[in-house]
Design a protein around this ligand. Sequence first.
Ligand code: PLP
Length: 388
Amino acid sequence: MHIKKAKRLSQLPPYLFAEIDRLKKEVQDSGKKIISLGIGDPDLPTPEFIVTRAKTGVSNPANHQYPSYRGIPAFRNAISRWYKKRFNVTLNPEKEVVSLIGSKEGIAHIPLAFVEKGDVVLCPDPAYPVYKISTIFAGGTPYIMPLLEKNKFLPDLTRIPKRILRKTKLMFLNYPNNPTSAVATEEFFKTAIEYAQKYNFAICHDAAYTELYYNDKIQPSFLEIPGANEVGIEFHSLSKTYNMTGWRIGWAAGNPEIIEGLGRIKENIDSGIFQAVQVAGTEALLSNQDSVKEMRKIYQERRDVLLDGLDELGWNYFEPQATFYVWAHSPKGLPSKEAAMKILNSTGIVVTPGVGFGKYGENYIRFALTVDVPIIKEVIEKLKGVNF
Ligand code: PLP
């Protein structure tokens, strides 16, 4: 029997990492050690106090039933208190917050609530691929906003044609940015809000990395900017802030109408986050945030060691002020896939080719700082031996 797959699957962009995956397996099978700086998944464990709270949550039979769809009140209150303390943003936990099974889930679902066939969604490139894919799944048309180094990886909104803006329903933004590590200015957010007001579209800001900044340069929330709550929402996550990628917990916050739309899609698709996980997430958000300070110190050291090494190698890179990524130019301007394959083949080091994040990521490679300092030093030594 053959069941024909839906067209939407064939509309997905090609999986660019297949060749890298194949080569990785080959290198591994040949007995060579693999060092992965490829995936943005923290190597550090979830802080112990969060794990302990989860354990008591698991033992409580009240948490064994279907969870509250939009998040237990304690978790939504904790999100609202965290936003107040961290960003001085006031959020009504009833109407302006919805829990998510990781921010990816919300990003994947939001177009279903707002996008019709023929509607445009403004998507950055290079970017986390889900913005474009969720747009396609909802029948919308992604319009690419190139993120260029000469613009510090902020989209130039003046270059979007008016006919596109008139058809736009949503705009995805992400700062601190994956993969470029760029940060946004308040000015940029203000301009984006003006565009959203003028052309009547919603802004979906993905803020997964706000807590991961360097040199004490604290990063803003989009919702801090006057007018943001009238036009947009922010996706956030416990994944990177508390090393909880495996727990699947995040949220969306902001404009109540947009939150309501997303909540309605979710109610009909999923049944919320396991409540023991929500209890643990509540503990994390209400904590004194010392674990986050500790984590920043670790990434700062890793970042500094990698940047010193890249300087030694004579590589060009965009100096990250936030995130745990380093966005470097491919050596000798090689196509990014070729550079990544060469590195993997000769050293066993996995890096991500920039083109995997979109065509404007070509000629860059992304390092994820998800290994410890001695291994980063080993990476630099190995890179010295690659003949590009
Ligand atoms: N947004 C960005 C920019 C990411 O890089 C990621 C994960 O790597 C996510 C969202 C998804 O995070 P999660 O679903 O774990 O909250």
